[in-house]
Design a protein around this ligand. Structure first.
Ligand SMILES: [Zn+2]
Length: 117
């Protein structure tokens, strides 16, 4: 079910809203996600609204530099990232662990082999 979730980093400088269906979330084994333990949901850019923290993040890129990993420069939490989807559309990757009030144990987790890409 599509729902609007609020989320952000640990210290509260980065806050956003994302409208998405959390029926299935992604666990990726790439060199970054594996270390961070991300649970991912991809959201079209128009369904993601950064409320605060535009200037509070540091941008990290690796591999093909397809995704901007925007972590809070104060508390270090990467609560979202930005990039382009397979069709070239602007997307936000939301860290589902950073959304308020989500029961993580109730989610269906799909494993994606990002390491091999
Ligand atoms: Zn923070």
């Amino acid at each position: 079910m599509r729902q609007t979730y609020a989320g952000g980093c640990q210290c509260g400088k980065v806050r956003y809203e994302a409208t998405t269906d959390l029926g299935e979330v992604i666990s990726c084994n790439c060199s970054r996600c594996a270390k961070l333990g991300w649970l991912l949901a991809f959201v079209p850019a128009q369904d993601f609204k950064l409320i605060s923290g535009k200037d509070a993040t540091t941008d990290f890129q690796f591999n093909k530099h397809a995704i901007h990993h925007l972590f809070c420069a104060t508390c270090g939490i990467e609560s979202f990232a930005r990039g382009k989807g397979p069709g070239g559309a602007e997307m936000a990757a939301v860290n589902v662990r950073c959304l308020d009030g989500v029961d993580l144990d109730s989610l269906d987790v799909k494993r994606v082999d990002g390491r091999s890409r």
